[in-house]
Write a protein that binds this ligand. Structure first.
Ligand SMILES: [Fe+2]
Length: 352
C-alpha cells in the first residue's frame, strides 16, 4: 500500500526523492498493510476508515503527516472484547483514548505486570521498550485511540524491525516494574513555570487537568505541558476562550493537535501563500508542517481545548517576532473571516 504524498505544502524534490527511495521507516509502514493517510489533517479520528492490522491483531491506519519524519501517529481500533497482541519497541509512544473503555498491561521480561484502566480522554505514555497490551473492556463497543510515536527516528537509525521489536533491555530510569503505584500515583504540577509542567504517568481525563495562564498566544489562553514515563516526547493542553483565536505562529516538526471540544478551524500557510483552512471539532487532528504558519480559531460556544502530542522538536526558537505574528500585524481579512464564522454560530467575537 504505497504512501502518496499530499502536495499541500511543497517538499524539496531532493528530500522527496530520498524519502521515497531510501526511507526505512516508509518502507516498514508500507509493509504493515493498513491504510496510510498523508497530508496534515483528519476531520475525525473516530470515523477514519481503518484496515485489518494483522501484526497487531486489531484494526489500524497510519497518519503519515507533514513529511516530517520525527514523529508519526497511528489510529488503532480494538474490537469489542478484543485486544492488541503484546509488543515492545525501541521508540516512544503517547496514547490518547478517543472512544471506548479498556485497560492496558505493561511489563518487562520476568517482572510483575502493571494494569490500568482507561476511557475516552485518558492519556498515557508507553515506557520505552516495555511490553504493552491493550484490552477492550466492553463486549459491545469498539475502543479507538490515537498514538504518536517516535518510530520514524528509530527506523531511520536502526533500520532493522527485529532489533526494534525484539531487544531485551529494561530502561529502569523510565519505568521501575517493581513500583506498583507507577500508573496510579498522583502526578506533580509545577505551576511556577510559565505554561506549567505536569509530571505524571497516567491521566484519567485530559479535559480535567489543571491549566495555568500562558498568554503569549493571546489573552485568556491557558496551558499545561505534560511529561510522562521519562519520555523525550511530550504533550501540552491549551485552552482559549469563546470569541477568540490564537496568534499565528510556526515552529519545528511533530506537533499533532488533537481537538477535545468546541468547534472552529485552523489556517495554515507558507510565507506569502494563501492560507488553507481545516475545520475541526472533537476528534479532529491538525498537524502543522515544520516552519508553516498556523492559527487556531474558536467559533464555538465553549472554550476551545486541545491536546497537542509532539516530538520535542516542535519547539519555537523565540517568542514573537520571527516565529509569531501579533494581532496588530496580521492580515485584516483573517479577522473579517473569523467574525463571519462566529456570526454563523451566534458567537460574539471578543478580540478586543
Ligand atoms: Fe503550533
Amino acid at each position: 500500500m504505497a504512501t502518496k504524498m499530499t502536495k499541500e505544502f511543497p517538499v524539496h524534490p531532493y528530500v522527496q526523492f530520498m524519502m521515497d527511495t531510501y526511507s526505512p521507516y516508509k518502507k516498514w509502514v508500507e509493509s504493515e498493510g493498513i491504510p496510510i493517510i498523508s497530508g496534515s489533517y483528519v476531520p475525525d479520528v473516530r470515523d477514519v476508515k481503518l484496515g485489518d492490522w494483522k501484526r497487531r491483531g486489531v484494526k489500524g491506519a497510519y497518519l503519515s503527516f507533514s513529511d516530517q519524519m520525527v514523529a508519526d501517529a497511528y489510529i488503532c481500533e480494538i474490537p469489542a472484547g478484543g485486544n492488541t497482541k503484546p509488543q515492545r519497541q525501541l521508540y516512544e509512544e503517547i496514547v490518547l483514548i478517543a472512544t471506548g473503555r479498556g485497560a492496558t498491561t505493561i511489563w518487562y521480561d520476568g517482572t510483575p505486570k502493571r494494569t490500568f484502566e482507561w476511557e475516552r480522554g485518558s492519556v498515557f505514555a508507553i515506557p520505552l521498550n516495555a511490553y504493552h497490551q491493550h484490552f477492550n473492556a466492553t463486549g459491545s463497543e469498539p475502543a479507538r485511540f490515537i498514538s504518536l510515536t517516535s518510530a520514524p527516528v528509530a527506523f531511520e537509525l536502526y533500520r532493522d524491525p527485529e532489533f526494534i521489536f525484539n531487544t531485551s533491555y529494561m530502561f529502569k530510569d523510565r519505568f521501575d516494574p517493581k513500583d506498583d503505584e507507577f500508573f496510579s500515583r498522583e502526578g506533580k504540577y509545577h505551576t511556577e513555570y510559565y505554561g506549567g509542567i505536569f509530571h505524571t504517568n497516567f491521566i484519567a481525563d485530559i479535559r480535567k487537568i489543571n491549566l495555568v495562564p500562558r498568554e503569549k498566544r493571546g489573552k485568556g489562553t491557558r496551558n499545561m505541558y505534560i511529561h510522562m514515563a521519562g519520555s523525550a516526547m511530550l504533550a501540552h493542553v491549551s485552552q482559549f476562550p469563546v470569541g477568540r483565536y490564537k496568534k499565528a505562529h510556526k515552529h519545528g516538526p511533530g506537533a499533532h493537535v488533537c481537538l477535545l471540544d468546541s468547534t472552529g478551524y485552523t489556517l495554515m500557510w507558507d510565507e506569502g501563500q494563501e492560507p488553507k483552512r481545516y475545520d475541526w471539532h472533537e476528534g479532529s487532528v491538525v498537524c502543522p508542517p515544520a516552519g508553516t504558519w498556523h492559527q487556531h480559531y474558536n467559533t464555538g460556544n465553549v472554550p476551545c481545548k486541545f491536546v497537542a502530542l509532539h516530538a520535542n522538536t516542535a519547539v519555537q526558537r523565540e517568542e514573537g517576532g520571527i516565529d509569531q505574528i501579533d494581532f496588530d500585524n496580521e492580515d485584516t481579512s483573517l479577522r473579517k473571516m473569523y467574525e463571519e464564522e462566529c456570526a454563523k454560530n451566534g458567537v460574539k467575537p471578543d478580540m478586543g
